[in-house]
Design a protein around this ligand. Structure first.
Ligand code: 13P
Ligand code: SF4
Length: 353
């Protein structure tokens, strides 16, 4: 994303003209050049809660596709959710799709009774039809904030959980609940019986979908060891999408909102290594300088979420100027039958968290 002054002026002018008819929601991974225009910012859970209670006619989402879908599902039917660039997807969300989840359902039914023995839980980073699948099969949605609590909800319904699409969030949350790693095998949806034996499936508590976030996958234990050697008094904080050993060797693990809050509330002059997306870390590093806090990015390779970065000032100016002219572009509209079932799972999550 570039920070072009003319574009910035166009965004401000269009926002002014639209007034209360418009609300802009921004995820913490958004580049500063658009993030500064958000009326509300947050992690996925916080932003979901906002979308339930907004009065604006238009909800412009600075984030990725599944987030705009959630905004559409949780807002009132007459409200319009807009994603400035339709190509802003989430590569992790794309690692699960309905065909693969339905095939997994059929495969698991060869060994046990899915609807009696397995609660399907989808991370909010997933398409609306997967949330609808969970709605139809007694399942629920979770976010990085509430995953352990939602897993408990899942186990209160049925003895096992199928968790998709992020194996890292599932494994870390299960581990925090005291579930042994051998009872959390990886389910490969492209293999017969998920690539597992009947015995492994019967012993499993959580079947972890073979999916991950390419951005968080870049963080390594060596990055932590190097930081600890250089700053023995420093702290390490990571997002639960990071690899298991990175979470295990971090002092704190939590959502983007949790990371921001923990470092913001920490004493002056503390030192932090942060395992989450680059835009968030850069912004925080800049803000914390005044308090003498050192905020360092975990990887030596640049890992920006390339799809989040698609939302740039040009796209934002374009959608807003169209709205000023009474034209809606890039609306995200989840089909009614899917939206109804997906809303059921999101409401279950909001009630349980
Ligand atoms: P949060 O809900 O923690 O903001 O995470 C969303 C996400 O996509 C992380 O990669
Ligand atoms: Fe998806 Fe990873 Fe980007 Fe988050 S950081 S939106 S999980 S690709």
């Amino acid at each position: 994303a570039t920070d072009d002054a003319d574009c910035q002026r166009r965004i401000i002018a269009a926002k002014e003209k639209l007034g209360k008819r418009l609300v802009i929601l921004g995820h913490h991974y958004q580049h500063e050049s658009v993030y500064r225009h958000a009326d509300y910012t947050g992690d996925s859970l916080k932003l979901s809660r906002y979308t339930e209670n907004l009065d604006a006619e238009y909800i412009v989402f600075l984030g990725v596709h599944f987030m705009a879908e959630v905004a559409d599902i949780l807002s009132r039917p007459e409200q319009i959710a807009i994603l400035p660039d339709l190509a802003a997807g989430c590569s992790m969300a794309d690692m699960a799709n309905l065909a693969k989840v339905e095939r997994s359902y059929r495969e698991l039914n060869k060994v046990l009774n899915f609807d009696e023995q397995i609660t399907p839980i989808t991370y909010i980073n997933s398409a609306a039809d997967l949330k609808a699948f969970c709605g139809e099969h007694g399942g629920i949605v979770c976010t990085s904030t509430n995953a352990p609590k939602i897993l408990e909800w899942g186990f209160a319904q049925r003895e096992k959980v199928l968790f998709f699409p992020d194996q890292n969030l599932g494994r870390w949350s299960g581990y925090k609940m005291g579930i042994p790693l051998e009872q959390m095998p990886v389910w490969d949806p492209d293999q017969p019986l998920g690539g597992l034996t009947v015995e492994q499936i019967k012993n499993a508590k959580i079947l972890l979908w073979k999916g991950h976030c390419a951005v968080h996958q870049m963080f390594r234990l060596q990055n932590i060891e190097k930081f600890r050697a250089e700053h023995p008094d420093g702290f390490v904080i990571s997002h639960p999408e990071a690899p298991f050993e990175v979470c295990q060797h971090s002092d704190y693990v939590g959502s983007t909102e949790y990371i921001l809050k923990t470092i913001s509330d920490a004493p002056a002059n503390t030192k932090w290594l942060v395992g989450t997306e680059l835009n968030l870390v850069n912004r925080l590093a800049e803000q914390m300088k005044a308090e003498g806090k050192l905020v360092q990015f975990m990887s030596h390779v640049v890992c920006e979420c390339s799809t989040m970065a698609r939302i740039d000032p040009q796209h934002l100016a374009w959608v807003l100027e169209n709205l000023v002219e009474g034209k809606v572009v890039n609306q995200i509209k989840v089909p009614a039958h899917e939206a109804k079932l997906a809303k059921l799972t999101l409401d279950r999550m909001l009630a349980a968290s």
